[in-house]
Design a protein around this ligand. Sequence first.
Ligand SMILES: Nc1nc2c(ncn2[C@@H]2O[C@H](COP(=O)(O)O)[C@@H](O)[C@H]2O)c(=O)[nH]1
Ligand SMILES: [Zn+2]
Length: 870
Amino acid sequence: MALADQGGGEGTGDIEPPLPTTRPAEYDQMEKWLDEHPEFVHDYFARKAKRSMIDGWLIAHAISHSLGLVQSANSSGSNSRNNSGANTPVRKISAQEFEKGGLVLNPMISTVDGTPTFLGSNSSHSSSQAQTTKSYRRTKNQLKALDEKELMYELVMDICNDLDVTSLCYKILHNVCILLHADRCSLFLVEGKGTNEKSLVSKLFDVNGETTLEELSKVQEEIRIPWGTGIIGYVAEKGEVVDIPDAYKDPRFNAEIDIKMGYRTRSILSMPIKDSEGEVIGVAQAVNKISAADEPFDEHDEKVFGSYLAFCGIGLKNAQLYERSLLENRRSQVLLDLARVIFEEQSNLASLIHKIMMHTQCLLQCERCQVLLVDNSSKGIFSQVFDMEANDFDNSETYTREGLTEPRFPIHIGITGHVATTGEALNIPDAYADERFDPQTDLETGYRTRSILCMPIRNAHGRVLGVAQLINKLDGMPFNKNDENLFEAFAIFCGMGINNTQMYEVTVRASAKQRVALEILSYHTCAPVEETQKLKNAFVPSTQHYRLLDCGFSDFRLDDDDTLKATIRMFMDLELLDKFRIDYETLCRWVLCTKKNYRQVTYHNWRHAFNVAQTMFWMLQESRLGKLIGDHEKLALMVGCLSHDLDHRGTNNQFQIKTMSPIAELYSTSVMEHHHFDQCIMILSCKGNEILSSLTQEEYEYVIQLIEHAILATDLALYFKYRNKFFKLVDQAELSWEADEHRDLLRSMLMTASDVSAITKPWEVQNKVADMIANEFFEQGDLEKTQLKIKPMEMMDRDKKDQLPQMQVGFIDSICLPVYEAISKVSGSLQPLLDGCKRNRENWSSLAQKENTPVRKTHQNDPSTDDIIS
Ligand SMILES: Nc1nc2c(ncn2[C@@H]2O[C@H](COP(=O)(O)O)[C@@H](O)[C@H]2O)c(=O)[nH]1
Ligand SMILES: [Zn+2]
């Protein structure tokens, strides 16, 4: 928004109407008076200025540095660019400001009305400005009235607190004019390091006692003088004073400027300005002493000049250091802004690159900015090209013209190709003089490329992801060192941002692929409609029919359909359907699906899960436990038993770890048990399987937590961990139904008792089941031998199959008997389990004696068998 528009608010009266183009004479007089009374102006504004006026000033001064870009970008503060990410404020300063000093801008902030701005109300610029204006300055006439000592004191005081280089230089020259009665003064500052790179740049030129700083900064062009050239160059190089009475007689004098300015130089007094270490940091030059007889500068002038410049040197050095620190601060702010912008945009590559280009173009003030990304799969081509022109700021919709250029073109062509393939940054002042430059696009579009700055964009590992290219600086100059440095920092941030975004996109794709895979999987794992209908319509025989309340129950005589119906019968008898409003068809589908998700492995299959559930059912129905255990717990225990070995692969936890299976990557302990629980949740959440859907959220969370606990408890490692606590509570008759921890322990022990309950079954059943278990172990042992090339533990080594009886005795002694003894103490009705277990021990023991091998405590999860496991 232009400054004149600021007063548009009707009736605000804050801003004066714009001045007419031809100003009345008194305005000029008034302005002159104001110029001469800065302390009054300052005081007046401090008291009277409105915030809108200050904003107007800030905007006007910011805009003048940033060409038309700022206007269009400022107006983008509206929400019209939501998708493009253009709402993110862009710091509107150019890289040139880093070189020369100028406005000091605050970090980007939002104004009270939410419009993004970088024009903070308490900018450090205003504080430095305040330093230049707050000190009281005497008028020229007042100064004339002072004697030489007083004058020197006044003029030293005038400069000693000013930290703004431009204002300080102006004051120095203004004061030198007064001190030396010079007609004009100029000041040149040293730039660059090392004799070869050093030069002198005019800071202020031809200042006289009347010119204001504002007038000077409007008209002055930069004059650059090579080191050692002319009078100024000589003074700087030699560090000596040069006093020339008649300039035209001195061969070092260059009359060109006189000709250009229409001025006649007579006498010159040129003197080095040195810092406290004696290093020349600038040259001040006084021209034409004003005196009645046109006398040149004399020795006294040299002395006065020298004394004053000694103070000026210290002040100037301080101001330069201060300016540099502000510069560094601003550089950090710009890079921080960019970092923030980059890291807040991680999801959309196009939007991220747009933001980067917007910031780059604003900062480095160039006609075009391009980002070309190397194709991920085929490294030989650029697959994405983003192109932004300076005037694209005006049109939010066409901000990046990705696709205007052939989107897939070979990487090795032109400047960008060179940078992408070599990783080398290029700063080309004249594109047409560089043989790597391909003028084809210029020819086709009529555009004229002049200067190019091209940088590789790398990821954290140094891999080139693409290139960023700037074309034609707006000021017509080639890109300089400062541009290179800033652009390099940009490229580093871009690399990180682009890498993150690409990774994010890969992750999103992977996650989408995973979801598709899960959809397919869930289709295949869910029960088919016909099977569900068949089970739903089937007659479900009684508990007695299936002998579900026989302690010696075996599934051998049941076919698969019977196992499904018997499962439903158990849910019915436990009244779980009524208590938890489980839809009958949903229960049928869930049971079918659960069965389907058991693999056809030798032992850890659906039949095992069904048998475990039957033992739990028997315990809940036949013992006093059924009265003490709550309905939610019963539901969780039954679901837990049926789900506790879901998707078992016939191999144990150690095998998952040894083979570094994906499941072992997910979990470090109770590896398979966690997987069984995950599968259980997956099935329970599948559409049509939601048997817990009528529970309140709180109930649901509680039951799920109980299921998880129940399934994890089937890891014998956890059984060993917690059983002693339980045994102690039981032995000391301290088990309390009120204590959650005791209930947890009891449920865990019931899960173990059910899981290994084949050991309690009649001998024919136990013998057959033990055979299945042993065979599954041997299958794992075979895999370990053939695939892992390791010696399996004895229990899994088919060469040791004769040792099965004594191993079974070991299993009974170390795992089974203790748990059955403990739970039968909790409820006498559970004694049949202990009795059955003992009977089987007898049988295995006598077989072992026949084999004549000593009984060994042998089990994979028994801590006392660590020697065997290792
Ligand atoms: N050596 C034997 N191990 C057995 C027997 N019955 C069961 N088990 C093992 O116990 C755990 C139970 O956990 P699960 O949840 O995986 O079923 C498991 O390691 C079984 O292999 C047996 O008669 N002998
Ligand atoms: Zn099991």
